[in-house]
Design a protein around this ligand. Structure first.
Ligand code: FAD
Ligand code: NAI
Length: 467
């Protein structure tokens, strides 16, 4: 790297940062991306979305094979955990290396090191060997993501008490695993280790799992997970975690008061949320404002209160999701280039990649009620979907919420096989402001899981065919 003057310096090479860097280069900007991890892809590719989905896939295959008799697949199945974890690592390395290739193709300079904003227009970088570099740019984009929210009084040693990162690489299948937090991480990684043979108990502070989800879907989800063997201890607060070399004891008591209970396990996973990561960026010194939750404050164009400094992804407000970070990144750099970048935050899909998967886009029934919106509901169970029957995966349903008068679709909630893939149909329809009638009159291929969306749309008007 000889010339250190850029149009844009991106700090952080996660899905927000690397996508923004590539899009900015496509728009003709000279771009550098500073990343301290030593590999690109951020939380998502290195210790988040990708390794967790690799484990979910492998563990699902293991469980299916174990119960293959009903498909006529017989024989003893055993697990090679080392090989399973190695495959996950290989998937991660291939994808992170792929981003390096994309950077080369788009002529984005990849600067390995920790970035700090010295002043507007200047980023100091400390490289892994302790050298200092000074990069200069017209614009700086903060894309430093998030980190695990700590549980006060509990030390995550990544040995017996682990965060999601440790839970992606446990050296053996726990006999017992205690998970603190019944959110997305707890349920996805809990599913992985349960399928591989662990007895899983989830302790949750609230009286329900997955708090942001449509309540009806959430209740059904809990029932299905319980049927699979996951135990839930709801409305319980953890009062202490004691770890030794060989096990861990989590003490919890009812939130409403009452007798404390001890949960002894091989490992405890702390998964109570994530918080924005801004350490070491020098934001206070240059006066970049944060909100009450430590997120970088931005306006509708991702601009902070300091001219020339922008922020996107997990480090700003909004759902902490990779695809949201990517959309932020694209919109931010398109705005810098004088285009009208835009993200529709009402239609960011969210998916829990368990079996069945749970996916939603738009409003929940509870949100519509609280906004006094008059709505109609159409529901269709996978039990009545022929493709789900051929797969033997009939748990769950599709639920569509549409305006009572205009019929515009406001929310689609799916719990069922491949719900995460199916939800894209709903997101596109809603982006074009479709009515349930529009979906109902769209020809869907047969036999397909997506026919359940069409049937739910028909059900909004009381005319589903197969129930
Ligand atoms: P990050 O991906 O966190 O990237 C920020 C990068 O900035 C990091 O690599 C960090 O090293 C770097 N950095 C920080 N400070 C500096 C600095 N000063 N100098 C240089 N570099 C710096 N989301 C989904 O949408 N789908 C999923 O299936 C999903 N699964 C997940 C599973 C797990 C276990 C976890 C933990 C998260 C998951 N997420 C998922 C969330 C997703 O990972 C995040 O929303 C996404 O990574 C946010 O992208 P980002 O670019 O904002 O930040
Ligand atoms: P989360 O916010 O999804 O869930 C945290 C859960 O912990 C909540 O149910 C909360 O009520 C509970 N909780 C909070 N404090 C607690 C306490 N002291 N004791 C017991 N329970 C407590 O957070 P999670 O699961 O850590 O995931 C972080 C983020 O990562 C998610 O919000 C999501 O944005 C992202 N993610 C997305 C995935 C996906 O899209 N498939 C997969 C995994 C993570």
């Amino acid at each position: 790297m000889t010339d250190t003057t850029y149009d844009l310096i991106v700090i952080g090479g996660g899905p927000g940062g690397y996508v923004a860097a590539i899009r900015a280069a496509q728009l003709g900007m000279k771009v550098a991306c500073v990343e301290k991890r030593g590999s690109l892809g951020g939380t998502c590719l290195n210790v988040g979305c990708i390794p967790s989905k690799a484990l979910l896939h492998s563990s699902e295959l293991f469980e299916e094979a174990k119960h293959g008799q009903k498909h006529g697949i017989v024989g003893k199945i055993s697990l090679d955990l080392k090989a399973l974890l190695a495959r996950k690592d290989e998937v991660v390395v291939n994808l992170t290396k792929g981003i390096e290739g994309l950077f080369k193709k788009n002529k984005v300079d990849y600067v390995i090191g920790s970035g700090m904003i010295a002043k507007p227009g200047q980023v100091g970088v400390t490289t892994p060997d302790g050298k200092s570099l000074l990069l200069v740019a017209k614009n700086i984009l903060i894309a430093t993501g998030s980190e695990v929210t700590p549980l006060p009084g509990v030390t995550v040693d990544e040995k017996r008490v682990v965060s999601s990162t440790g839970a992606l690489s446990l050296p053996n299948v726990p006999k017992k695993l205690v998970i603190i937090g019944a959110g997305v991480i707890g349920l996805e990684l809990g599913s992985v280790w349960r399928r591989l043979g662990a007895e899983v108990t989830v302790i949750e502070f609230l009286d329900r799992i997955t708090p942001a989800m449509d309540m009806e879907v959430s209740r059904q989800f809990q029932k299905i997970l319980e049927k699979q063997g996951i135990q839930f201890k709801l409305a319980m607060k953890v009062s202490g975690v004691k770890a030794s070399n060989k096990d861990v004891v989590v003490s919890a008591e009812p939130v409403a008061g009452g007798k404390a209970e001890d949960f002894k396990a091989d490992y405890a996973l702390v998964a109570i949320g994530r918080r924005p990561y801004t350490q070491g960026l020098g934001l206070k010194e240059i006066g970049v404002e944060l909100d009450e939750r430590g997120r970088v404050k931005v306006d509708g164009h991702f601009q902070t209160n300091v001219a020339g400094i922008y922020a996107i992804g997990d480090v700003i407000a909004g759902p902490m999701l990779a695809h949201k970070a990517e959309e932020d990144g694209i919109a931010a750099v398109e705005t810098m280039a004088g285009q009208s970048g835009h993200v529709n935050y009402n239609l960011v899909p969210s998916v829990v990649y368990t079996m069945p998967e749970v996916a939603c886009v738009g409003k929940t029934e509870e949100q519509l009620k609280s906004e006094n919106v008059q709505y109609k509901v159409g529901k269709f169970p996978f039990l009545a979907n022929s493709r789900a029957r051929t797969m033997g995966n009939t748990d769950g349903f599709v639920k569509i919420l549409a305006d009572a008068k205009t019929d515009e679709v406001y929310g689609v909630h799916i719990i069922g096989p491949q719900a995460g893939t199916m939800i894209a149909e709903a997101a596109i329809a809603m982006e074009f402001r479709a009515s349930s009638e529009d979906i109902a009159r769209t020809c869907h291929s047969h036999p397909d899981l997506n026919e359940a969306i069409k049937e739910a749309a028909l059900a909004v008007d009381g005319r589903a065919i197969h129930i």
